[in-house]
Design a protein around this ligand. Structure first.
Ligand SMILES: Cc1ncc(COP(=O)(O)O)c(C=O)c1O
Length: 489
């Protein structure tokens, strides 16, 4: 069967045969229904969104149609009172004492800590309704299915997707990007075509495209960065106008520099040339309001573990029309409409891309994490981080021998602060900080091309989230000053 015909089969919602073999068995479901004692299992895939209520003015409303979803997304993004000390109580791990000092966790760009709500929901799932989804007709399987699909709906509302069907559960940002490269890329990118990336990408938004480019004979074109960590727009414009560009893929927020890229404007320009855009939102969705309809991005990827959710779960968002045209990424159970000896037909998205037993507990835990960050308000989270970042730039900027990379104006960046002190190796610095109970990241941060651009092999990185305080920034400052004395800077 040609690729087009497979795609046609996957998009079909009717029982019409798409091949001779399918024609021969098209009446199969009906015939099976007639066998004594055997019934076609009830379809447990919910066709309507489960209700979700919100405090305040939306408390009574059931979130269904698009208009109400807009309201829900507005609720998630609105400003509310924010009390960091109360927030800290929600995170059991913050009670830990490391080397005799309270843990100061400043590595949330790598992974965030988990609030009690998320931890409890994971336990509740395994204690009370652990079952496979979309398969069982029994009570706990239906409960698991409803919770899994409700999580999908919550994520759709968080990023204002048009429909939960545009939300695919994957393992994380890395898998989401690989899915696009392998499924969309192999279908749409050919010999001599170009893909635009930037020099500040994480390896997971570089390597999948290198693999694809090698296989298809395509080439990668990089947008450079200025010395203060912004994209060189002229590079982008030139690459885009060079013709044959099939995709632009870029990070929304740099995991090393904290730069917030103006992706909305880049998307507008790319679309003028008919070029789709993938946004790596691993460092933006957890930290600020992100609205995929406003951005008009074609793909968006992020990870649950960077926004209070469990590890091993993440999201690929893509526009419905694009998902419908894409071939499956993995084959297996649950992604099929029917299977015969030599050919098969697929379910509609998102199920076409969720082969096998997915990370059910992870998805449900991520749903709880979405409740949690929505409850705090994405605008509040952004503002809290902004204040801490300004404070950190001010305090750290005064430490002798320090060099902070990326935008000088903390107002134009997120809560990621990468630095070096003299020629002290980043690992030595992180080890010293650990002695004071401060957890930071050191190394190349999976961004070796960026390290090359900066002319360093590694940096130390402090990154903040909802639970961090000015007091922790003070402790970091004092610890760096201590390091400066030890290393005689
Ligand atoms: C910007 C960016 N993209 C992609 C990733 C990869 O995310 P994951 O390891 O969750 O797949 C990260 C992780 O740090 C990141 O910061």
């Amino acid at each position: 069967m040609s690729r087009q015909r497979w795609a046609a089969a996957s998009n079909s919602t009717s029982q019409k045969a798409t091949s001779p073999a399918a024609a021969a068995t098209a009446s199969y479901p009906k015939a099976r229904n007639k066998l004594p004692g055997l019934a076609v299992p009830k379809n447990t895939t919910p066709t309507t969104k489960p209700p979700l209520t919100f405090p305040g003015q939306l408390a009574q409303s059931t979130v269904r149609g698009y208009a109400t979803q807009k309201q829900a997304t507005a609720y998630i993004h609105e400003k509310k009172p924010f009390d960091v000390e109360r927030v800290r109580h929600d995170f059991p791990i913050l009670k830990r004492v490391i080397n005799g000092k309270p843990l100061a966790y400043l590595d949330s760009a790598a992974t965030t800590q988990k609030p009690r709500d998320v931890i409890d929901e994971l336990t509740r799932f395994y204690n009370e309704y652990n079952a496979n989804v979309h398969r069982g007709v029994y009570k706990i399987s239906e409960e698991a299915t409803a919770a899994y699909e409700e999580a999908r709906a919550k994520i759709a509302r968080l990023i204002n997707a048009n429909s939960p069907n545009e939300i695919i559960f994957v393992r994380g940002t890395t898998e989401a990007i690989n899915l696009v490269a392998q499924s969309w890329g192999r279908t749409n990118v050919g010999l001599g075509d170009g893909i635009i990336l930037t020099e500040m990408e994480h390896h997971s938004n570089i390597v999948p495209w290198q693999l694809l480019a090698k296989e298809r004979g395509a080439h990668l074109k990089y947008v450079g960065i200025t010395d203060d960590g912004h994209l060189v727009h002229e590079d982008f414009r030139q690459h885009l106008e060079s013709g044959s560009i099939k995709l632009v893929t870029m990070t929304h927020v740099s995991n090393v520099l904290g730069t917030i890229n103006p992706v909305r404007e880049y998307i507008r320009e790319a679309h003028k040339q008919g070029c789709p855009v993938l946004v790596d939102a691993a460092q933006s969705v957890p930290h600020m309001p992100v609205d995929v309809q406003d951005l008009d991005c074609d793909f968006l990827a992020f990870s649950g573990h960077k926004m209070c959710g469990p590890t091993g779960i993440g999201i690929l968002y893509a526009k419905k029309s694009i998902l419908q045209a894409m071939p499956p990424y993995h084959g297996g159970g649950e992604m099929i409409r029917e299977v015969h000896l030599y050919e098969s037909a697929w379910k509609d998205p998102p199920y076409k891309f969720e082969a096998g037993t997915t990370n059910i507990a992870g998805a449900i835990g991520l749903g709880k994490a979405v409740d949690y960050v929505s409850g705090l308000g994405l605008r509040n989270i952004q503002e809290h981080e902004q204040e801490l970042t300004e404070y950190a730039h001010d305090r750290l900027g005064k430490v002798k021998g320090i060099r902070i990379y990326g935008p000088e104006n903390p107002r134009t960046k997120s809560g990621v602060i990468s630095f070096n002190m003299g020629d002290v190796h980043a690992h030595d610095m992180a080890t010293l900080l650990d002695e004071d109970g401060i957890a930071v990241r050191s190394g190349h941060h999976c961004a070796q091309p960026l390290m090359e651009r900066l002319g360093v092999s590694s940096t130390t990185r402090a990154s903040v989230y909802v639970y961090n305080t000015e007091d922790e920034i003070d402790r970091l400052t004092q610890s760096l000053e201590r390091a400066g004395r030890i290393f005689k800077l």
